[in-house]
Design a protein around this ligand. Structure first.
Ligand code: MN
Length: 733
């Protein structure tokens, strides 16, 4: 086994900038912990983590990842706990080790291709930090390099798993060096005869080919030396597994494979790439259909290069690849290239990283949903795959959905007919409602009912996937519902104006929601759709709105009734109050009880607010915030009707409606981010009124159930942190 000194020297040889003090500390700890453990080969176990760490250094990973590699087995295989790990090496390292340990628990059974792809995606999704995957790949690579010591059936299992899961994963991340090596080792053990045969054939033809290639390289050099151009050029042997795949799946003989050896030219700039291509095409005739511009159209794993196949002087075709140094780095190391130390480059790093990451973001196909590069750069948690969840049908099929998806999304993904009749779901055997948020790994069974009335407009808010939303929308369109919501809103606006009220004041979210509830509409949108019919429904609705408005805003007009009378009226309702005690507002009037107390709808006070009671006519005490405009604007002679009130001891779980105004940009997904933020805080969101401005702004008013002013502060803070949100404040009455 390598000594501490040898190991650290090797790391420094790879890159002299590595901090060997920290890495040395991890070496000492790992060596101590694995003391006495042996590998199947009989060697000390710690050889394995050392080699994993070296692979990671060769990939150019940062110190944290190298240390994660050195310690990747300590929590699972030794007495060392996560807590000790955090204390010794910090939270970042602990998260990496934790991630690798957790990935180890996913069981891959032999699956069909499609299933393997799904598992690979789930694998990606479940590792929050992409460095975890890279450690896992290095771990697998070293285990494959030393696989000869395993039992034959174990070898077969590991090789299959490597071809199905790990090599494609490496490919997906663009780490081609690891991908090729994994594939060639797996091929060697899974099909030893074919591998040997291939080896012989390739080497038989090698000397002959090398001669051809050297001639070609000489000719290209001659042409390029005439130009003012810096370049590197060399021949490149193809990997066995790719030849094997071509022969097997394209049913080709080895002679028919063009690119057994190819020429690679590396230049400084993209412009040079195309210049070199032009020169090459004047030297030899390109084969039509074999030119590929991966610079203009990068592969999903970020690979960029120009490929062309030309016919050589002796009539034999060969492939030429042209790329820049940076593209070459990405081609070899993929996403790992992001961590690669750049020699002497500190100033321009941020901007090239920006470009690389933005490019990465665009390229990775499962990331289609994020459309703002800032989201990614800001968080920098490498939380690449958290935009999706993977859940299972009861039969074990994997269903992929956007993060935050609900049983509705799941149901529509299965079939429209199931979606339209969905009334709930069983998640992991427990009944949930259709708006339940699904988590990775949930087993979901949809509950349908023949009596279901089908999708309503609310479903558009519940469904997160475009698939489900499109299907719901088209169903609603058929039922003519979605247009009628807008029609209902317009008509309401007109009706309010007609009666001489100002819709901006009268149709506040709080009033609207209250009226919708009073009318027994299933939801606000459902209500608007119904109101589109106008008629008595509309006038009843307007009257409700007016009464709420008047109740809150015209308290000053009630001068003719005495305070006593009010109290008497309240007294008369004592019985009713008793019954409602359990949803009492949590406010007490000093020195008395049995009074009917209501929280004013105009300012929606929550516990902790400074409040004052107002003795109304016949409706008991209305509790306002002290800064409510209805209180501050009250004429002097009315102030006698104020009464001191205070909050009861906070009852656990009791919450109050509060109206919050949010101003931000009208970006895609902002509403769902807001609702997710509320969900994360466990805050119920009961109403949303959003208006998009022509300038791309969005003004929203939401009703949230809040239990205290402290909670209110937290909510305001968290909402302000949402991407695109510029202002959040509590609605002023
Ligand atoms: Mn390991």
């Amino acid at each position: 086994m390598e000594s501490r000194k040898e190991f650290l020297q090797e790391i420094l040889n790879i890159n002299s900038k590595y901090d060997t003090e920290l890495i040395g500390k991890a070496y000492d700890k790992g060596r101590l912990l694995h003391e006495g453990q042996l590998r199947k080969s009989g060697e000390p176990y710690f050889i394995h983590p050392i080699n994993v760490a070296i692979i990671l250094a060769q990939l150019g990973m940062d110190e944290a990842t190298i240390i994660g590699g050195l310690l990747h087995d300590v929590v699972e295989d030794t007495e060392y706990t996560r807590e000790e790990l955090v204390a010794d090496f910090g939270e970042e390292i602990a998260l990496l080790v934790d991630g690798v340990t957790k990935l180890g628990t996913i069981k891959f059974e032999s699956k069909e291709e499609i299933q393997a792809e799904n598992f690979r995606k789930m694998f990606l999704a479940m590792s929050k930090d992409i460095r975890v995957l890279i450690i896992k790949l290095a771990d697998r690579l070293h285990n494959m390099r030393t696989i000869e010591f395993m039992k034959p059936e174990k070898i077969e299992e590991k090789c299959k798993e490597t071809l199905e899961i790990y090599a494609p994963l490496a490919s997906r991340l663009g780490i081609s060096t690891v991908k090729f090596e994994l594939e060639d080792i797996a091929l060697k053990y899974l099909h030893p005869d074919e591998f040997k045969d291939l080896q012989e054939k390739v080497s038989l033809r090698r000397s002959q080919r090398e001669e051809t290639i050297n001639t070609v390289i000489g000719e290209i050099k001659e042409s390029l030396d005439d130009m003012d151009l810096k370049y590197e050029i060399y021949g490149r042997a193809k990997h066995f597994y790719s030849i094997y795949k071509k022969m097997k799946f394209q049913k080709k003989q080895i002679d028919e494979i063009f690119d057994l050896i190819a020429v690679r030219i590396i230049v400084d700039t993209v412009k040079d790439c195309y210049a070199v291509l032009g020169i090459v095409h004047t030297m030899w005739k390109p084969i039509p259909g074999r030119f590929k511009d991966y610079i203009a159209m990068p592969k999903p794993n970020m690979y960029q290069s120009l490929h062309t196949t030309v016919i050589g002087d002796n009539g034999e075709p060969f492939e030429i690849q042209i790329r820049t140094h940076e593209m070459h780095e990405v081609a070899e190391y993929g996403i790992a290239a992001h961590w690669k130390y750049k020699e002497g480059d500190t100033s321009g790093k941020a901007s090239t990283d920006d470009i690389k990451l933005a490019w990465l973001r665009q390229s990775l196909e499962w990331q289609k949903d994020i459309n703002d590069p800032k989201i990614f750069l800001e968080t920098m948690k490498m939380d690449l795959f958290a935009t999706q969840v993977f859940v299972f049908t009861p039969r074990g099929d994997v269903i992929e959905l956007p993060a935050g998806s609900t049983p509705l999304d799941f149901a529509f993904k299965i079939h429209s007919a199931i979606g339209c009749k969905c009334v709930g779901a069983k998640v992991n055997g427990k009944m949930v409602t259709i708006d339940h948020t699904l988590q990775n790994g949930d087993i979901v069974e949809i509950v349908t009912s023949a009596n279901s009335s089908g999708p309503s407009v609310d479903w558009l808010k519940i469904a997160k996937s475009s698939n489900a939303r499109n299907k719901i929308r088209s169903w609603l369109k058929k039922e003519n519902k979605s247009d009628s919501i807008d029609k209902g809103k317009d008509l309401l606006d007109k009706s309010i104006r007609k009666k001489g009220y100002d819709p901006a004041l009268c149709a506040k979210t709080a009033y609207i929601n209250r009226a919708m509830k009073a009318m027994n509409f299933a939801s606000t949108d459902e209500g608007y759709a119904q109101l589109a019919g106008g008629g008595s429904l509309m006038s009843k609705f307007c009257n409700l709105l007016f009464s709420y408005y008047n109740e809150d805003n015209k308290i000053a007009e009630k001068t003719d009734e005495s305070v006593l009378e009010d109290i008497k009226a309240a007294e008369a309702k004592r019985q009713k109050l008793e019954n409602r005690k359990k949803d009492s507002p949590g406010v007490i009037v000093k020195g008395t009880d049995n009074l009917m107390i209501k929280l004013a709808r105009c300012c929606n006070p929550v516990p902790g607010d400074d409040i004052v009671g107002f003795i109304t006519k016949g409706r008991g005490i209305s509790v306002h915030r002290k800064d409510c405009s209805n209180v501050t604007n009250l004429p002097e002679q009315e102030k006698a009707r104020f009464i001191e009130v205070e909050w009861e001891d906070l009852k656990a779980g009791k919450s109050y409606d509060a109206e919050i105004c949010i101003i931000g940009s009208d970006r895609k997904g902002i509403l769902s981010d807001i609702s997710r933020a509320c969900e994360d805080m466990d805050i119920h969101l009961s109403g949303v009124n959003a208006k998009a401005g022509r300038d791309g702004s969005l003004t929203m008013s939401v009703i949230l159930s809040i239990s205290s002013t402290q909670e209110m502060q937290k909510v305001l803070r968290n909402l302000r942190n949402i991407e695109g949100v510029t202002q959040v404040y509590r609605a002023k009455a």
